[in-house]
Design a protein around this ligand. Structure first.
Ligand SMILES: [Zn+2]
Length: 304
């Protein structure tokens, strides 16, 4: 399994690479990376490429667009009758992928009756089905359910690993980042959130927007533009502008085409935005600019 961008937790990676279980219970506090890990596993299980998730096959595309027919997300608040219906569908083989994934975030919020119902399916699932349950602490999940799952308990990361990520993402590890790391107890998501909150509040959004532009992920880019007022939209525009210019100054040669195209296209929007900030228009146009820039940069790179 390809664990790019998933830091530390080597024992978990070893377990995942050794054997496929039909149910996982991922345990970790907020900011520990359990959603990132669950996404990796889910994506890898539907991917058709080598070293999954490959990020480029049709299955990966559907995963990113959040429209894969073999990934079934079950809300933890689901009424028992509805859960029964969803689980009855497990007998139908996957539509498109090798596996059919049932994902339940906040599994500890499942009603005990629902957990008992789930248990029956976990006892004898079809060979293609994989359950991925997420929880903050395993105590909230019935012991009987836990015993049917391979528990993956996320551990805090060493400061050095978090430091490396900060440098890779922001180009530096300043005092603010150090403090955020210290207060995060080793959980990267917490450190990034704290760092973002204490900065301009846009750090995480900038990282996500850049990633979306690289991957051509329109759904993710659009998600980041939900502004309902001119001031916030302009603040994010400016924050992203500073962010990509800093990255351009510090990037490797191989990334230069990407950042310079992005900076150029982003700057071109400055004047029309000053002239007319129609928030709704720019909420859809700015993500489009990023995606087009990402695509143009890839073409330029291909030609070189
Ligand atoms: Zn793939």
């Amino acid at each position: 399994m390809n664990f790019t961008d998933f830091y530390g937790n080597e024992p978990i990676k070893t377990i995942l690479n050794a054997h496929l279980f039909h149910a996982y219970l991922i345990e970790g506090p907020e900011g520990s990376g359990k959603h990132t890990l669950a996404d990796k596993i889910t994506n890898a299980l539907v991917c058709d490429g080598v070293n999954p998730p490959c990020g480029i096959c049709r299955q990966c595309y559907k995963f990113r667009q959040d429209c894969h027919p073999d990934i079934i997300r079950i809300p933890a608040e689901i009424p028992v009758d509805e859960l029964r219906q969803v689980l009855a569908g497990i007998v139908l083989t996957p539509n498109d992928a090798k596996h059919k994934i049932y994902r339940i975030d906040n599994a500890e919020k499942l009603h005990p009756t629902a957990q008992n119902l789930l248990l029956k399916t976990l006892e004898e699932p079809p060979h293609y089905a994989v359950f991925i349950l997420l929880c903050n602490t395993r105590e909230g999940v019935l012991q009987t359910v836990r015993s049917r799952c391979q528990v993956l308990s996320l551990a805090p990361l060493p400061e050095e690993t978090i430091r490396e990520h900060f440098i890779k993402t922001f180009g530096e590890y300043d005092e603010k980042a150090k403090e955020a790391t210290l207060l995060s107890a080793g959980f990267l998501g917490k450190a990034l959130k704290r760092y973002g909150e204490e900065g301009d509040g846009f750090s995480e959004a900038c990282v996500r927007l850049e990633k979306a532009a690289r991957e051509g992920n329109a759904a993710e880019a659009l998600k980041l533009f939900h502004y309902d007022n001119r001031e916030s939209l302009l603040a994010f525009y400016n924050a992203f502008s500073l962010y990509i210019k800093r990255k351009l100054r510090q990037c490797a040669e191989s990334d230069r085409a990407f950042y310079s195209t992005l900076v150029q296209k982003w700057d071109e929007a400055a004047q029309p935005m000053q002239a007319n900030v129609n928030v709704k228009f720019w909420n859809t146009n700015l993500p489009r600019i990023c995606l087009n820039a990402g695509r143009d940069a890839t073409r330029r790179k291909d030609r070189i």
